[in-house]
Design a protein around this ligand. Structure first.
Ligand SMILES: *[C@@H]1O[C@H](CO)[C@@H](O)[C@H](O)[C@H]1NC(C)=O
Ligand SMILES: *[C@@H]1O[C@H](CO)[C@@H](O)[C@H](O)[C@H]1NC(C)=O
Ligand SMILES: *[C@@H]1O[C@H](CO)[C@@H](O)[C@H](O)[C@H]1NC(C)=O
Ligand SMILES: *[C@@H]1O[C@H](CO)[C@@H](O)[C@H](O)[C@H]1NC(C)=O
Length: 457
């Protein structure tokens, strides 16, 4: 049948394949008299009671799930959450539904009420089930395997620590809990082909200020009781590297009209490079009624740094360097300070990397200003008929945009006498500062970047 020789990579294409298949079948059915292939399951065997879960020997009913991340974004530091839209495919065996068809798979009418494992997202703030009415989302195989695909739009919480902002990395996760003694496991639903990973994503969907570095999927046993020994023991874990997905994203533009080539398939539905670990999990066998299984998808995110580099680090570096001009030219000093953008950022009680940078830059500029004042005073003592103009410009970007304040200050030369200036002529101070300031700034940079780029996990 249709599954033979199919090389569809993902759920989504699977859905469309199935839909196309159904279309072809119904065309055939209209043309010919043979109604055989036009089957759709509308009535269940009379012995079937949908409120009962499939009866099996032992405790756990195995349910495998796979997920297709359709979009991911709106990661917010302010509300500490993110939005994700995903298709969850799940598959389980229900012996009561075996031998209902001669075909490999039989679509099930949307109106049919059938037992299905409850999908419970543990850390969501809002959840929306978004499957179109007319879509067939459920199939039953000849052997009684039921396959169900449902699409969810989720807003899930993601607590973040911003100490290293904007060089920070975050891990956000989605957790699915299993009830009714179902043993949830990440796996490939049998409708999917062999080489697909259980969690795949649309590489093209990542527009946010975060870059997806990887996805980790976990299956583990956990418990209602806080003191159960072995709580949280993991029985399978897979880590996929998504660091390349951005390159792929750029390439898909070339692939726009070339869907179906292996390269474009890889980019349209990014699977990453994955490694499995399967672990012993005793709690699966020993666990009492208070234990249940959970699935987790972890998104490893790293902030895209280029924006902050251009917006913050480069301008403030230039301002610091500009403040050194006064060591060479003794008349005009322009000082510009930029306060941190508070826009869309939660006020935190700790110091972030960017705060340290801004404070340091302001300190450097301020020190240069103080140096200027000292040198100027000494210089006045030598020649007391000159005046200087200091222009200070403070640009403060607030939540509502820019509100620059220009405060030109004019300082008139004073006639006072400077006592210490005989020992420290203005030229000597400036000459020393030409060395000291840049050296200190380089030293600060080395320390800062080493710490945040190399030492912060
Ligand atoms: C299904 O099972 C429930 C509980 O065992 C029972 O109340 C209900 O009548 C049954 N439904 C049918 C159609 O047999
Ligand atoms: C389905 O058919 C197979 C082979 O004909 C048989 O062995 C099996 O018991 C049947 N299952 C059910 C639930 O009727
Ligand atoms: C991961 O596990 C699946 C199922 O157990 C297996 O088919 C696949 O080859 C494994 N992949 C790796 C990289 O070990
Ligand atoms: C931003 O603008 C709104 C309305 O224009 C005002 O209510 C709010 O106080 C402003 N916030 C700041 C931080 O200036």
């Amino acid at each position: 049948m249709w599954s033979a020789g199919r090389d569809a990579v993902v759920l989504l294409s699977l859905v469309s394949v199935l839909r196309c298949q159904a279309d072809t079948i119904s065309e055939f059915a209209e043309e010919g008299d043979d109604d055989h292939n036009h089957e759709i399951l509308r009535v269940l065997p009379y012995t079937y009671n949908w409120t009962h879960r499939p009866r099996i020997p032992g405790r756990w009913l195995d349910v495998t799930r796979a997920a297709h991340i359709l979009s991911f974004g709106a990661v917010s530091e302010q509300t500490m959450d993110f939005e994700v839209s995903l298709q969850v495919a799940q598959e389980w065996r229900d012996h009561r539904l075996a031998n209902l068809t001669q075909n490999a798979w039989l679509p099930v009418d949307a109106g049919v009420q059938m037992w299905r494992p409850h999908v419970d997202f543990a850390n969501t703030k809002s959840l929306d089930i978004a499957t179109a009415e007319e879509e067939t989302t459920m199939w039953v195989s000849q052997g009684g395997i039921v396959n169900l695909i449902v699409r969810y739009n989720i807003k899930a919480s993601c607590p973040m620590t911003l100490h290293a902002f904007p060089m920070d990395r975050q891990i956000c996760h989605i957790r699915l809990d299993g009830f009714d003694d179902t043993r949830l496991e990440w796996g490939l639903a049998s409708l999917m082909t062999m080489n697909a990973e259980p969690v795949i994503s649309d590489a093209t969907a990542f527009h946010s200020q975060f870059k997806l570095m990887g996805i980790t999927t976990k299956s583990y046993v956990t418990s209602f009781l806080p003191s159960v020994h072995g709580k949280g023991c993991t029985f399978s874990e897979q880590t996929c590297d998504y660091a390349d997905s951005d390159t792929c994203q750029a390439n898909t533009k070339l692939c726009a009209d070339d869907a179906g080539s292996a390269e474009c398939d890889k980019c349209l539905y990014y699977t990453g490079t994955c490694a499995n670990t399967t672990k012993q999990c005793e709690l699966l066998e020993k666990g009492d009624k208070s234990t249940y299984t959970s699935l987790e998808i972890q998104f490893h995110l790293s902030r895209r740094f280029a924006y902050h580099l251009m917006q913050m680090y480069v301008p403030s570096t230039f301002i610091v360097i500009m403040s050194w001009i006064s060591f060479w030219i003794e008349i005009v000093l322009t000082m510009t300070t930029q306060s941190s953008r508070s826009h869309a950022m939660q006020e935190v009680s700790y110091v972030r990397a960017i705060d340290i940078w801004i404070a340091a830059c302001q300190l450097f500029v301020f020190s240069a200003l103080v140096e200027y004042a000292v040198a100027y005073r000494c210089w006045l003592a030598q020649k007391n008929d000159r005046r200087a103009i200091i222009t200070m410009e403070t640009t403060k970007l607030t939540e509502n945009g820019t509100s620059p304040e220009h405060q030109p200050i004019e300082i008139n030369g004073a006639d006072e006498k400077c006592n210490g200036c005989n020992f420290f002529p203005a030229q000597n101070i400036d000459r020393a500062c030409r060395m000291v300031f840049p050296s200190l700034f380089v030293l600060f940079n080395v320390t800062y970047w080493t710490f945040y780029l190399l030492c912060t996990p």
